[in-house]
Design a protein around this ligand. Sequence first.
Ligand code: NAD
Ligand code: DAU
Length: 362
Amino acid sequence: MENILVTGGAGFIGSSFVKLMLDLHPDYKIINIDVLTYAGNLETLKTVSDNPNYIFIKVDIRDREKVDEIFSTYKIDTVVNFAAESHVDRSIEEPEIFLSTNVIGTQVLLDVAKKHWKVNPEDKYCREYKSGVKFLQVSTDEVYGSLGKTGMFVETMSLMPNSPYSASKASADMVVRAYHETFGMPINITRCSNNYGPYQFPEKLIPLMINSCLKEKKLPVYGDGMQIRDWLHVSDHCTGIDTVLHKGRDGEIYNIGGNNEKANIEIVKLIIKTLGKSENLITYVKDRPGHDRRYAIDNTKITTELGWNPKYNFDQGMKDTLSWYLNNTEWIENIVSGDYTKYYEKMYANSSEKNNEIDNQK
Ligand code: NAD
Ligand code: DAU
């Protein structure tokens, strides 16, 4: 492993992974390709932009020609595919881009990797690959669907995605698996739970609530706020991916999670309390259509087989995250762009209830 193509490396998790890899593995070259959608932000990477082992290229993963050129130029031997449309609410507004980027984009990367990595790319029966190559697909626990009050997601479960976003991620997982089964492509798939930490785009629950709370705006809690997510610090997700990259058995899927289930309302109240604001800011709004009730990751496979464990305890992780946002209000202001505002207006346009709440915040 020498030349790693990280896709979507200007996003929340990808940027954290790029920094971790440059730190942990000074002998690797990291080639970051990202098309810089509203969610991509090079500001997040400014501390590594001069690192001689780091290269950024603005490319759409669906652009076969450019991706092919990058494989040739940089002798790519590893792909870690983060690039995706990642926000469930946006996927309800505009499903098509999710299918296009998350499924077709992944297939283009697989195809180009196959061409460059197969010992004999012309032979469709050839299952021999150059030594040390791997395609790692960064997936999500949402592909499993929603849990009842008990039980946890295990890797062998059948997939039951409920949103256009999770359906697109599940489809991508299936395509990655198919390239392994049909063409012998060396792959791993990781499925992680909800991430939190610095540099997360403020349309996701935790940064949205922090940002709104600081401005004393209403805090829109969907439905009854009792939906449960299993939270993991972004650094722990990245060490999990690094572990699977180096130790994961070929063709295997690994869940990544830290056994940390919290109801949304608990998170919102924790933020309010830590920031010394009033719970009167909480506003219950209409529920997300098809809203998954509970996620919980069983991490036995990665912890026992590969020896990975999360480092962050949630309380400390949240304290650090909150203080990061308090010290980096400029970062948030810079990215709360016109584009984001337009999305927000559209998202609430069809619900008079939500619309009123949002109007009240202005
Ligand atoms: P993000 O939205 O912050 O970042 C996605 C990045 O992908 C952005 O930089 C964007 O510009 C880029 N991108 C989008 N379309 C592209 C395209 N066509 N070509 C090239 N780049 C493109 O997302 P994130 O939260 O960092 O998530 C990264 C990955 O991890 C996603 O695949 C997501 O499904 C998965 N994941 C996220 C979480 C989470 O809690 N955020 C949990 C588990 C898995
Ligand atoms: O589980 C992993 C997934 O976690 C990732 O695959 C996705 O990319 C990531 O976006 C995240 O999806 P969620 O839908 O769980 O995250 P989000 O931050 O959008 O919402 C978290 C919970 O909070 C969810 O139950 C919806 C709720 N919520 C969210 C927002 C933005 C609210 O109640 N109010 C809000 O304003």
